[in-house]
Structure formats: structure tokens, C-alpha cells
Design a protein around this ligand. Structure first.
Ligand SMILES: [Zn+2]
Length: 367
């Protein structure tokens, strides 16, 4: 078996001052989670598919997987990349290219735009030393430069973690104080299991006034929310059920772009347009005439791209605009980064935009 390393090659950058730290932007932990709960989930992008689309060869980790000691993951280790200004996409490209040289690999990279999954969490990988690699899923959070993006990043991280707990039949249990449970930090692995000496993501979280306890609470929030919607169908009295039954709810998501409501044949209905920002309960998806739809009610569907979006690369540094076409602050999206766009192009005051959040737009010409 290949040497299981305990250190990330990128850790050398950990001593470099982060721009976020020098700005000394501090937000209260409670407000980060409050902010996060307003954000929609960026969803999971498969690295294999993404890289192939970009003409980059996917270097599969297959053959190097670490078998889990119990045959399935026992929890999740939360990491932080310690690499300022590197997006999940940057990290995915780098690790895909270098993992055989740096002896380090993880299951997923997460940033404010979403999750890029590098390999199936059904097998272990090389994230936190020999004590943890055959037990846990390894997830890296990328560094962000402002409080809003930090909240979006932890939100994506927490929803991804909650989904994984459900998927593998695990209960949320904070392991960082007692070394027992399903939600670990790399720091807790160092402290309770050994074989590694990293302390992430504590230092990075602290810059934003955030902690693993806060993160755990956010995971628990989403885990419980999904659990509740998942069981409501079975606890409901039969008499209250409509004649035709809905499939089991699969979760909730925020609609990012105004959307027409379609019936099961893909015909637009008279139902009122669903407004961007509406929280939808979802009942799975369906392809109708080659187009993907999400079911939102009995015989009610919306086009999936209004919720799930599509990753597009920024070609020119781009400002953000609101729904009235006014520029939002001076923050820019930088070229070569990927952002998720929702629904089709929209025209605001004569310009064409893609929507990237409930009230954030980027000019089409920047993609
Ligand atoms: Zn780590």
C-alpha cells in the first residue's frame, strides 16, 4: 500500500497571512449560521464529468482507495484548504493533477458556489492520516474573502455533510470534544486519534468568529430538516392524503430564478409563477421531453436549472448587479473562476444577465 501521508502538500501556505485575516472582518457565529440558512445549496458537481467537459483528463483514484474498516464510512472529517484565493475548482484541478506526487486526496472540495466531489465516498481516501482514512469521509472547505461567501461556503459544506449522514445511515454527533461521533475536524483527529498533527479548520473558522460547534449546529439543522420532511409522508393520516399520492419528499431547495409551473407532460399551467427566493419542497426529478424538471407538488414541476443552476466559467472580471440593474458594491468575480447560474438569460434595462443568486446578476458578456 502506498504511504499514507498525514500532511497536505498545500499546508506550506498555512503560515502566509490570509487577506481575509488582514481585513479583520469578524462576524458573530450566530449571524454566520443565520446568513447560511438564507443561502441555497450549490449542489454537487462530479469532478470526473466537470474535468472531462473542460478537456482535462480525470486521474481516477481507483486502485488507491482505502477500504473502510467497517465497510462503510463512520463519519466526516471537516478540513480547510489553507490556500487563500483557491476555489474548489482550482483545488480539484490541482489535486487531480498532483495526487500521485503529493500523496494526498480528499472526497470533495467545497466553496461558496457548491461542492465538487472528487470520488465516491463509498471508499476511503488520503485526507487525515492512517487512523482516520479508513473510517471517515474527507471534505475540504475552501477559503473565502468575505463574510457572505464564507456563509455560503459553510452552508454548502453543512448541507453536503447532512446529506452524507442520511445517505450512510449515520446520526449527527459532534466528535470534537470527546473524540466520539460522526462530525470531526482534522484537529479532533490529531487530538483523539493521532497519526496527523493538523488543526484545521479551527484557525480559519476563528477568523470569521466561527467554530466547529457552530458548524455542527448547522449540520444538525439540515439533518433534522431533511429527516422531518422525509418522514412526514409516512406519519400523515391516510384520510388527509390526496387521491393521487406524491412521492416521498427529497428535501427543500431555494428557487433561484422565477419559474413557471409545468404539469407532468411539460405543459405550462395556470399556476402563479414561482418567485426567486421561494423555498420549495422537492419530490424528486423527472425528465420530460429531454428536459430535467423537479417535482414541487402534485402534478407540479419546475425546470431544474432554475434551482440547480449550471456552472459557467467567468471569462472577464465581473461586477454583480441587482434585479434593477444597479451594481452591488465593488466586489468582483474574477476571471477563470466558476459560478453557478440559474435559469435562462434575463434582460434588465437593455442588458442581458445570468442570475447567480436570488438577487445577484452578472452580465452575459463576462462568461
Ligand atoms: Zn485537514
Amino acid at each position: 500500500m502506498k504511504k499514507l501521508i498525514t500532511a497536505l502538500a498545500l499546508a506550506a501556505t498555512v503560515t502566509a497571512a490570509s487577506p481575509a485575516a488582514s481585513l479583520a472582518v469578524q462576524v458573530q457565529a450566530s449571524s454566520t449560521n443565520d446568513l447560511a440558512k438564507q443561502d441555497s445549496y450549490g449542489g454537487v458537481t462530479d469532478a470526473d464529468k466537470m474535468l472531462t467537459q473542460e478537456g482535462i483528463k480525470y486521474n481516477s483514484f481507483a486502485g488507491s482507495e482505502v477500504p473502510y474498516r467497517n465497510g462503510k464510512p463512520e463519519g466526516i472529517v471537516i478540513h480547510e484548504t489553507a490556500t487563500p484565493n483557491a476555489t474548489a475548482h482550482d483545488e480539484a484541478v490541482y489535486f487531480n493533477r498532483e495526487w500521485m506526487n503529493i500523496y494526498s486526496y480528499v472526497h470533495a472540495f467545497v466553496d461558496h458556489t457548491g461542492v465538487i466531489q472528487m470520488m465516491s465516498p463509498d471508499n476511503g481516501t488520503w485526507g487525515a492520516g492512517p487512523q482516520a482514512n479508513d473510517r471517515f469521509i474527507q471534505v475540504e472547505l475552501c477559503e473565502e474573502n468575505n463574510a457572505a461567501d464564507f456563509a455560503k461556503g459553510v452552508n454548502n459544506d453543512a448541507i453536503y455533510a447532512a446529506n452524507l449522514l442520511h445517505h450512510y445511515g449515520l446520526q449527527p454527533d459532534n466528535a470534537v470534544h470527546d473524540g466520539q461521533g460522526t462530525i470531526w475536524s482534522h484537529h479532533a483527529v490529531s487530538q483523539f486519534l493521532g497519526g496527523t498533527d493538523h488543526t484545521d479548520p479551527d484557525g480559519y473558522f476563528a477568523k470569521w468568529g466561527y467554530s466547529m460547534d457552530d458548524f455542527y449546529n448547522l449540520v444538525k439543522y439540515y439533518y433534522d430538516q431533511q429527516g422531518t420532511t422525509g418522514t412526514s409522508a409516512t406519519t400523515e393520516k391516510p384520510a388527509n392524503k390526496p387521491a393521487a399520492t406524491l412521492p416521498k419528499p427529497t428535501g427543500t431547495k431555494i428557487l433561484m430564478h422565477d419559474a413557471l409551473v409545468y404539469d407532468e407532460k411539460g405543459n405550462a399551467t395556470d399556476a402563479a409563477t414561482k418567485k426567486a427566493g421561494t423555498k420549495l419542497t422537492l419530490y424528486g426529478d423527472q425528465t420530460i421531453d429531454g428536459r430535467k424538471y423537479l417535482q414541487i407538488g402534485l402534478n407540479q414541476f419546475v425546470v431544474a436549472s432554475n434551482v440547480e443552476g449550471k456552472l459557467r466559467q467567468i471569462k472577464h472580471n465581473a461586477y454583480l448587479y441587482n434585479a434593477n440593474g444597479y451594481r452591488i458594491g465593488s466586489d468582483k468575480l474574477y476571471r477563470r473562476n466558476y459560478v453557478r447560474t440559474y435559469g435562462g438569460r434575463v434582460k434588465i434595462a437593455g442588458h442581458k444577465y445570468y442570475q447567480i443568486d436570488v438577487n445577484e446578476f452578472v452580465k452575459v458578456g463576462n462568461f
